[in-house]
Design a protein around this ligand. Structure first.
Ligand code: SF4
Ligand code: SF4
Length: 253
């Protein structure tokens, strides 16, 4: 049943959750400023369903919410049950989307960062994507242009698609063009992580990290703790990414 604003405000005053029912309440009443209501409610409902299926301890559940494993599970399930869009140009070895503009190359959660770090650590010392393009993702094989961490690639990589590879090439060179976008699972992923962060306020943090920075740190020999520190985003980054994705709703994907 939908909660009245007064009930939501009362719940919000209760302080940090200390058990699973209180965590459920915190997720049910978490507010995301500037969010598309439909997306927020879909992500909230999926996150609550995920929570309802948990049989572990409160601490384990908090950990899965804070490190993004909950958001990842929800988003991957969405991908698995959705038909792939038709008419995509995407193909193995097509890697303009692995040229990562900006300072750190995209938003990933801590669990995605750990998975990527573990996949890349054995590849230290080998040529990497930066040998192909100055802004190439370090996870990329510069010869084949295949992702060397394919099974561990984060949600942003799993959801980015295009119907026009020339648009991808132009974007990689800094020329904004229509024709690319992300599957709905990506905004659900980011929104679910935002809800988790809001619900965990006062309990623990739910940081995000930069994809390219994390991958570079792993390949440059940093251990996981140092790589997580080096790639850690400012707290405002997750919100900025959610708002950016919200502005793109209804675009190509
Ligand atoms: S998003 Fe663009 S660059 Fe990436 S695989 Fe698809 S068509 Fe190629
Ligand atoms: S992790 Fe893999 S798929 Fe993602 S940007 Fe890097 S090379 Fe491309």
């Amino acid at each position: 049943m939908a909660r009245s604003p007064r009930t939501a405000r009362r719940a919000a005053r209760k302080g940090p959750a200390t058990d699973l029912p209180a965590l459920r309440e915190a997720i049910a009443t978490a507010r995301l400023p500037g969010a598309a209501p439909q997306v927020t409610e879909q992500a909230r409902s999926l996150l609550l369903a995920w929570l309802g299926a948990q049989r572990g301890t409160f601490a384990a559940t908090v950990r899965a919410l804070s490190d993004g494993e909950a958001a990842r599970t929800i988003a991957q399930a969405l991908i698995d049950r959705s038909a792939a869009p038709e008419g995509l140009d995407c193909a193995a070895g097509c890697a303009f989307c692995c040229i990562l503009p900006g300072d750190d190359g995209g938003t990933i959660t801590a669990s995605e960062a750990r998975a990527l770090h573990a996949a890349l650590t054995p590849l230290r010392g080998q040529p990497d994507g930066r040998d192909w393009h100055p802004q190439g993702c370090p996870s990329l094989d510069p010869e084949t242009r295949l992702c060397r961490a394919y099974d561990a690639r984060p949600m942003i990589c799993r959801t980015y698609v295009s119907r026009d590879v020339t648009a991808c090439e132009a974007i990689a060179e800094g020329d904004a063009r229509p024709g690319t976008g992300t599957l709905p699972a990506q905004i659900i992923h980011i929104t679910a992580q935002s809800l988790a962060r809001a619900a965990l306020k006062g309990i623990t943090l739910a940081p995000t990290h930069g994809l390219a920075t994390l991958a570079a740190a792993a390949l440059d020999g940093q251990d996981i703790d140092a790589a997580l520190r080096a790639s850690r985003h400012a707290p405002t980054s997750l919100d900025a990414e959610r708002r950016r994705l919200s502005r793109g709703l209804g675009s190509a994907r």
